[in-house]
Design a protein around this ligand. Structure first.
Ligand SMILES: *Cc1c(COP(=O)(O)O)cnc(C)c1O
Length: 355
C-alpha cells in the first residue's frame, strides 16, 4: 500500500489476482477494506497503536500482524483479546528480523527488525500465542541483486535453528527492484529462483507458506508525471512539480527518472538538464541529469516516467503547489521490467553511472 495507495491501482491488482495487501496504518486498513471488501489485509508495521490493532482485528477482519519486540507482542495479545480477556486463537504473527540493506538503494535496516542474537526468545513467545508463526524481513528498497535475499534467508535459517520453533510462514518482504536510468537490475525471475532455492533448504515443513510484499516492483510502471517548463536558465529548467511533489526521490536520492519532451518541433540534439521544483526552497532541486532536447524552452511539456512507486504517494501541498490532474491513459510505461527493455539500447543511452 505504501508504494501507491491509488484505489484504481488496487482494483487493477485485485483483478490481476492479488488477494493479500500489506498495510501499515489504520487509514490504509480502512482504505483497502473500502475498495476491496474481500481482500486479506496484513498489518505489517512493527509498531502499531493498540487502538489500530483492535479496530483492524474487530472491524476489518485483520488476522496477520508483524512485530519485532516483546512489548508489541503483548500489545497485540491484549488488543485482540475476546470480551472475557482470553487470547484469541486465530492470529498469524510475523516476527520481523533485522537484515542487511547492503544490496539496496534505500536502507530499511536501522529502524525495524529484531537482531538475530535476540530473536529466539521472541520467536518462542510468539509461537505460544500465534496460530501461525511467521518470520519476515525487508532487505531495503530497490535491491539491485538477488544476493540480498540469500543473505537474509541465511539469517532466517539461523533464527529458526536457534529458537527451535515450527515456522508456518516465511515472508521475504519487499525490495524487488524496478528499472530506472542507471539502475538496471537482473530479471525478477533471478530473484524468484534464488528465493525459492533458499526457502526449500530452510528447516520448515512442506506445508509452510512463502510470502513476499512487493511494492515498487508492482507499481513503478503505473504512473508518469507530465510537467510544464516555467522557465529555462541555462541548463536548469524550472518545472511545476518537484521535491515536495512526486519527485521526492529525484531530489533527495538523486534518482534519474526517464524523461521525454512532449512538445512538437524540438530538435534531435539532446543535453543534460537539472530541474528546479515550484516551491521557494533551494532543496527543491533535482540534479539529474535529465536528457532533453537542447532547444527545450518555457512552455514545453515533459513526461517524467516510472513514478508509480513512491511518486504520487509522497505529494504534498507545501507552498501551495502539488495539485494536479489525473488522467487514465493506456500507452506503455516509459520502461518496463516486464518486457525486456534491458535489451533495448535506446533505453540505456542515458545511463551515466550508478549513484
Ligand atoms: C515499504 C515496504 C514494502 C515494500 O517495499 P518495496 O521496496 O517497495 O518493494 C514491503 N513491506 C514492508 C513492511 C514495507 O515497509
Amino acid at each position: 500500500m505504501k508504494a501507491n495507495p491509488s484505489p484504481d491501482l488496487l482494483r487493477v491488482l485485485w483483478d490481476s489476482g492479488i488477494t493479500h495487501y500489506d498495510v501499515a496504518s489504520i487509514a490504509e486498513v480502512r482504505l483497502v477494506r473500502s475498495v476491496l471488501p474481500e481482500a486479506v489485509l496484513c498489518f505489517m508495521h512493527p509498531v502499531k497503536t493498540a487502538s489500530a490493532i483492535a479496530e483492524a482485528y474487530r472491524d476489518h477482519g485483520v488476522r496477520t500482524f508483524s512485530l519485532d519486540s516483546q512489548e508489541e507482542l503483548e500489545k497485540i495479545v491484549v488488543a485482540t483479546a475476546d470480551d472475557a480477556g482470553n487470547t484469541v486463537e486465530d492470529l498469524a504473527l510475523c516476527v520481523r528480523l533485522r537484515v542487511s540493506s547492503d544490496y539496496s538503494e534505500l536502507s530499511l535496516a536501522a529502524k525495524f527488525g529484531i537482531d538475530l542474537a535476540d530473536a529466539a526468545p521472541l520467536l518462542q513467545a510468539t509461537r505460544q500465542v500465534a496460530d501461525s508463526l511467521g518470520i519476515c524481513f525487508h532487505v531495503g528498497s530497490q535491491a539491485m541483486t538477488p544476493f540480498a535475499y540469500v543473505q537474509a534467508m541465511e539469517r532466517v535459517r539461523a533464527a529458526i535453528v536457534d529458537a527451535s520453533v515450527t515456522v508456518d510462514i516465511i515472508d521475504v518482504g519487499g525490495g524487488f527492484p524496478s528499472i530506472y536510468p542507471g539502475m538496471e537490475p537482473p530479471p525478477l525471475e533471478d530473484y524468484f529462483s534464488v528465493i525459492h532455492r533458499a526457502a526449500e533448504s530452510l528447516p520448515i515443513s512442506y506445508s509452510s507458506e512463502l510470502w513476499c510484499e512487493p511494492g515498487r516492483a508492482l507499481c513503478a510502471e503505473y504512473n508518469s508525471l507530465v510537467v510544464r517548463v516555467e522557465r529555462r536558465r541555462g541548463n536548469e529548467l524550472y518545472i511545476n512539480d518537484g521535491a515536495y511533489g512526486a519527485l521526492f526521490d529525484a531530489a533527495h536520492l538523486g534518482w534519474r527518472f526517464p524523461v521525454r519532451c512532449l512538445s512538437d518541433g524540438r530538435g534531435e540534439a539532446e543535453e543534460g538538464f537539472a530541474f528546479y521544483g515550484p516551491t521557494c526552497d533551494d532543496a527543491d532541486f533535482m540534479e539529474g541529469p535529465f536528457h532533453l532536447p537542447a532547444d527545450i524552452q518555457a512552455g514545453d511539456f515533459i513526461e517524467i516516467g516510472m513514478l508509480g512507486a513512491y511518486g504520487a504517494a509522497m505529494r504534498t501541498a507545501f507552498n501551495g503547489f502539488g495539485q494536479g490532474e489525473v488522467f487514465s491513459v493506456s500507452d506503455e510505461p516509459m520502461s518496463s521490467l516486464y518486457r525486456g527493455d534491458r535489451a533495448d539500447p535506446r533505453k540505456t543511452d542515458n545511463v551515466v553511472s550508478l549513484r
